[in-house]
Design a protein around this ligand. Structure first.
Ligand SMILES: [Zn+2]
Ligand SMILES: [Zn+2]
Length: 134
């Protein structure tokens, strides 16, 4: 999302954009971004700096590391950052920072739910769905 600095004033400027996740290359082996990434951002001019408040929403398809089920998870991140006017040219481009925000928020462990029971190590049954007799 790129904005001409001269368009930003002390009245918040709201911009929305859908970004194809392929463009941002944010997929990993167990997390796939299935839907477009929706960005809604407010740009506000303050003395000497621009304040950006954005919401990043999308759905991602995760593969649970315990039970190997694929599940869709909604994402809703809030992004707040200020940019010094001195460091900017004619345009402010926040894409790189938004992408980083998504990558920083990747879970350490990918689970379909916090208490996923996983697979039985002996018979391989998904213990969230069935019980086994091992
Ligand atoms: Zn699971
Ligand atoms: Zn079993």
């Amino acid at each position: 999302m790129k904005v001409a600095v001269e368009k930003i004033s002390s009245e918040p400027l709201r911009l929305e954009q859908e970004i194809a996740p392929g463009l941002w290359d944010v997929d990993s082996y167990d997390i796939v971004f299935a839907d477009p990434i929706h960005i809604a951002a407010d740009f506000l001019m303050k003395p000497g700096q621009i304040q950006v408040e954005a919401r990043i929403t999308t759905q991602r398809l995760i593969t649970c590391s315990r039970c190997l089920e694929k599940t869709k998870q909604g994402i809703d991140y809030k992004f707040i950052k200020t940019y010094n006017l001195d460091s900017l040219g004619e345009y402010l481009d926040i894409d790189q920072d938004l992408r980083e925000e998504i990558l920083i928020n990747f879970p350490m462990k990918v689970l379909c739910k916090p208490d996923c029971k996983g697979l039985c190590p002996d018979c391989g049954v998904n213990l969230n769905i069935k019980k086994c007799n091992c």
